[in-house]
Structure formats: C-alpha cells, structure tokens
Design a protein around this ligand. Structure first.
Ligand SMILES: Cc1ncc(COP(=O)(O)O)c(C=O)c1O
Length: 445
C-alpha cells in the first residue's frame, strides 16, 4: 500500500497550473483568518504529499525541492524504511515521557550519537525537540559545568528564536526586532568571512580571541558557540585554521567549545559533521534537522564529565526524545550509513560548485560561490563591488518558484542563495534544478 503511493509520484518536475495554483491560493486566503501573520510562507504552494526530491501540491504540480525543508529531509521524502519504523512505533506507543517511563530506542539514539560525533572520549546525550531547545540546553550545561556566565557567539550566527537563542542569533530583522529584552551575558565577536574580510583562519581567530580577552575575559567564559559552517547567516565557511585555533584556545582556557551542527550535521557537508573537515573535536555538539528525517528531534551530545555534571532532574522536557522521533532518527542514520549519503553529498557539492563557478564567469552579480558537500551557496553583489544585492536574491528565488523549484535565500544582508537538496536527489533532478537556477540568475543579472 505504502509503496504504491510512493511510486506514483514520478521523479520529474511537472507544472500544470500557474504557481501558486487556485487550490493553494484558496488555502492561503483561508489561513489569513486563523494563522498568525507573524508566520510567513516563502512559497505558498500547499503540499499534499512528497517523495524523494519532489513535492506534490494540492493543484497537482510537482515541485523540485532544493531546500529539504531547510536542511531537514536529507534522506528525501517518504522513505519507505522511515515510514515503516514510524508507523510501527505509532502503533506500539506514541508517548510515555522519557522522564517518567523510559524506552530502549532513546538509548540507541544516544549510542549512535556517541559513536558518530567526533572524539573517542566518553559522551552522554540529552534529547530535545527543536534546534533552539538543544542550543539552550548546551548553554545550561556549559554554565553549570564551568560555573561561569558568559557565552561567546559570532557575527552572522543563527541559533534559534527562543529568548536565549534570540540573544545568541545575530540578525535583528525579522528574528529579534522588538522581542527583547534578551538574555544577558552573550558576547558577539567577529566571524571569519573570507569573501568579505580576506583574512586567513589564523588571523581571523586572533582577532576574535583578542576581542574575547579584552571585552569579556577568558575566565568569565562558559562556552564558545559556533556553527562550523554558518546557516541562516549566509553559508559562511570560515577560512582554514579558524576553527582549530578557536578550539585550541577554548581547551587552554577551560571554555566549553560548542559546535552547533544543527544545519551542517548529518552528512550535509559530505561528512557526518562539518567539524570533521579539520579534525576539530568539540566538547559539545548540538544536532537536529537532518537527524530524524523530518520528525522533530534534537540532541545535545557532550563530554560525559560536562553532561553528567548536571544535578538529577536538571535536564528534560515532556516531549524530548519522543518515541516516534527517536525511531525516525534510527531509521535515518541507518539509511545514511547504508546509502553512504556523506559520499553522495560530496558528489552533489562538486556538481553544484562546478555549475555555479561556470555561471559566475558569465554574470557580474555572483561575488562568491562557497560551501561544502550539499551545503552550497552563492553571494549576490552589485556588479564590480562586494556590496550586497538582496534584490537579485529575491528575484532569483521568485523566478525559481515560478518554475516550480524551491530555492532559499539567507544571509545577514539577504543576498545569498543557498542550496540544500535532499541527498537522494538524482543527477537528472539536480541538473534540471541547476538549469532553472542559472536562467534565474541570468534574468536577475
Ligand atoms: C545552526 C542552527 N542552530 C539552531 C537552529 C534552530 O533550530 P530550530 O529552528 O529547530 O529551533 C537552526 C535553525 O535553522 C540552525 O540552522
């Protein structure tokens, strides 16, 4: 039954109405009365089912997904193994609350996370629901374990939308504006942004460390929190040497190095984690998104001595590590391992980087092409400068949407297009998407 539904979608983009179509427009009209205006939809086509890298909307259009629901459905949509695990779990039990009566699958996910995250030291994990919740808990653990208050974050960082994570996030609009006051003891320092600062990793790290030491004092710092490749902030890939230098400084100064791998983790960058690229071993890793194939699950995995420093009952939450979400994570990890999706991410990355670099030679609005694995972006500039061109990004996203391709923008200045295809996207699907994208860039430039 399940597989016959799956096989009926086909693998090609197919547009049969204007986009959004009449049924999507009617639903969008209906939402105005009951859904908060504070929530927007980038591309208001309403989805009724999906498979692989194709989403089918309520008008019967087949949309090509180059966003994976913001880096979540890395294993693709409607994966039979995940459907089976989740369905069986729903039939068995959906909730007990791990803090009341536990279950084995929670332990299995923690075992996987201990094995997959960098470093051979003893690690323990606590599971939560969203990325922001994981980051909040990582900060709680670091503060408790060190007895220090300060948290260091970086320019362009994005860590979530709860009160503490708004403070940790850099960009004001739309994430923070008028939502304050924010949590205290958060200090922001300069990120390595090779396209804009031209610094080596060592130089950028020295700059950040000097800022921390002069403005905060190392002995006050509980945690240094960083996305190894920034997500919402513009897919900023720090210069080589930046992360290792920061990691070394944290070790020397008793500061907890927290790698926020919520967007970059789980094969996205061509390895299980982005920090693996330079052999950095964080003290704590936060994960979510790609971890559970679309079910809400996040994790804080860290050195056992840090994670276990917390008093009994100090961590938790009603739904964290929900039984359905944890079996989805187990199915996702198994699928990633068996299909070697890290390798596939590297192949996709090479293909996307190749197409974009060729395109960059033809148009004046692409200032930079960057990324790793299947986490690729290009930064749009005013021709002949490095000044942001957000209008071009907007027009490219709109053009792609009109052609039935989901492309996402990001960046502090809204001038970066990011590509996050499901790692199971086929070569033909990717080529189709890149052709549409190239036409969109030419039309904007
Ligand atoms: C690096 C990073 N950290 C944290 C978050 C917050 O995750 P969530 O939206 O699940 O709260 C995100 C979400 O985009 C993210 O990319």
């Amino acid at each position: 039954m399940v597989s016959s539904i799956q096989s009926s979608l086909g693998s090609e983009r197919k547009i049969i109405t204007e986009l959004p179509g009449p049924k999507s427009r009617a639903l969008h009209e209906r939402r105005q009365a009951v859904v908060s205006a504070g929530l927007t939809n980038g591309f208001p086509v309403y989805i009724q089912r999906a498979e692989g890298a194709i989403l089918e909307d309520v008008d019967g259009n087949h949309i090509l997904d180059l966003g994976s629901g913001i880096a979540v459905t890395s294993i693709g949509h409607a994966v039979p193994e995940l459907i089976e695990s989740v369905s069986n779990q729903v039939a068995a039990f959906t909730h007990t609350c791990f803090m009341v009566t536990p279950y084995e699958s929670y332990i299995e996910v923690c075992e996987e996370l201990a094995a997959l995250t960098p470093g051979t030291h003893a690690k323990t994990t606590a599971l939560f629901n969203s990325g922001a919740e994981a980051v909040e808990n990582a900060v709680k653990v670091a503060r408790l374990a060190t007895g220090r208050p300060a948290v260091i974050v970086f320019d362009h960082a994005y860590h979530g939308r709860t009160n503490l994570t708004m403070a940790l996030t850099s960009k004001n609009m739309p994430y923070k504006d008028r939502f304050g006051p924010f949590a205290p003891e958060v200090y922001r320092v300069a990120m390595s942004y090779p396209f804009l600062d031209g610094l080596s990793g060592a130089e950028a790290a020295a700059r950040a460390i000097a800022e921390i030491e002069s403005q905060v004092g190392a002995h006050n710092v509980a945690a240094l929190l960083i996305e190894p490749i920034q997500g919402e902030g513009g897919f900023v890939v720090p210069a080589k040497g930046f992360l290792p230098a920061l990691s070394e400084w944290t070790t020397k100064n008793g500061v907890v190095f927290v790698a926020d791998e919520i967007q970059s983790g789980f094969c996205r960058t061509g390895d299980w984690f982005a920090v693996n690229d330079e052999g950095v071993v964080p003290d704590i890793v936060t994960t979510a998104k790609g971890l559970a194939g679309g079910m809400p699950l996040s994790a804080v995995t860290g050195r056992a001595e840090l994670m276990n420093a917390v008093h009994e009952g100090g961590l938790g939450g009603t739904y964290g590590g929900n039984p359905v979400a944890v079996v989805a994570a187990l199915a996702t990890i198994k699928f990633m391992r068996e299909r070697n999706l890290a390798q596939r991410a590297r192949e996709l990355g090479e293909s996307m980087l190749g197409s974009l670099r060729t395109l960059q030679q033809d148009v004046a609005i692409i200032g930079d092409v960057r990324g790793r694995g299947a986490m690729i972006a290009f930064e749009l500039v005013q021709p002949g400068t490095k000044n942001p061109n957000a209008a071009a990004a907007k027009s490219i996203v709109n053009y792609c949407n009109q052609q039935g391709v989901i492309a996402l923008s990001c960046g502090t200045y809204g001038n970066v297009i990011r590509l996050l295809p499901p790692l199971v996207i086929t070569d033909d699907q990717l080529a189709d998407g890149m052709n549409v994208l190239a036409a969109a860039v030419r039309a904007a430039g």
